[in-house]
Write a protein that binds this ligand. Sequence first.
Ligand code: ATP
Length: 297
Amino acid sequence: MKLTVENVSKRYGNGVQALRDFSLELGPGVLGLLGPNGAGKSTLMSILATITLPSAGRVLWDDGKTSVDTAAHPNVLRNVLGFLPQDFGVYPNLSALEYLEYLAAIKGIDGKTAKSRIEELLTLVNLQSAKTRKLGGYSGGMRQRVGIAQALLNDPKLLIVDEPTAGLDPEERVRFRNLLSELSHDRIVILSTHIVSDVELTADRIALVAAGQLITCQSPDQLLNSLDGRVWECVVPPDMLAQFKSHHACSGMVRRQDGVHVRVVSDEKPWHNAESEPAVLEDAYLHWVNAPVEVAA
Ligand SMILES: Nc1ncnc2c1ncn2[C@@H]1O[C@H](COP(=O)(O)OP(=O)(O)OP(=O)(O)O)[C@@H](O)[C@H]1O
């Protein structure tokens, strides 16, 4: 089972170049797609979900027997695809059970199969006890879990979730990430986010994306190792801070009595009192993407 993105570019009608010559090969496991707002993540998700056509390049789906171009044969991929889009909406007057039954009918799943599958999924996403309550009264996390359940109705081989933790509280975020991990051993899961902590514990590989381009794709450990000996903490006097920041990529800053404690990614010792620190993923993100780090609430 393999999904290959080959030199994909996307230019929208308004002239915006959302993706540029993007190539990536994916197998089973969780791929975290991480990048700042506007990087092109949703565009890529939408192309992979066969909703948007690329302007150039192609996406190949290989189920182990045959390989197809997904633009030419979208239904081959759609049959094995589960998608939780960023703007996933639910019908507030339906219960989770009614909603899933409705979608199963639309997807052409026969009544008996649907019934047992829905029960299985409600257990998996931990919504059995709330299944007859109206979706309008659900919390954000519960709604996202219904979203995952609908994406799993057809037992997909490729599961795409676009910014699934937006609006979730920290506890719901953790629960949702664990659920994705559980789901990933026999399928390809793609998780798009601009929040570093969403992917650091769940993703087998992280693809860093900025300005429509793939910057790098590595395991979290490889990303951390790439910064070995290049992360520093130094104490800078407040009146020197502006000048210091103009010369260095800072991934964190805390004001204390003795000055401003600044975390810096730098090949060389950046300041006379700088001390080497172990790297965290946010440092790697800053270093590779060169964008301000966004931390989960
Ligand atoms: N349908 C569209 N028509 C025109 N431009 C678009 C369209 N969708 C996205 N864009 C533009 O393409 C670029 C990439 O957007 P995209 O939504 O793919 O990025 P993203 O990484 O998902 O960002 P976010 O995290 O904010 O959702 C942005 O400049 C965006 O304004």
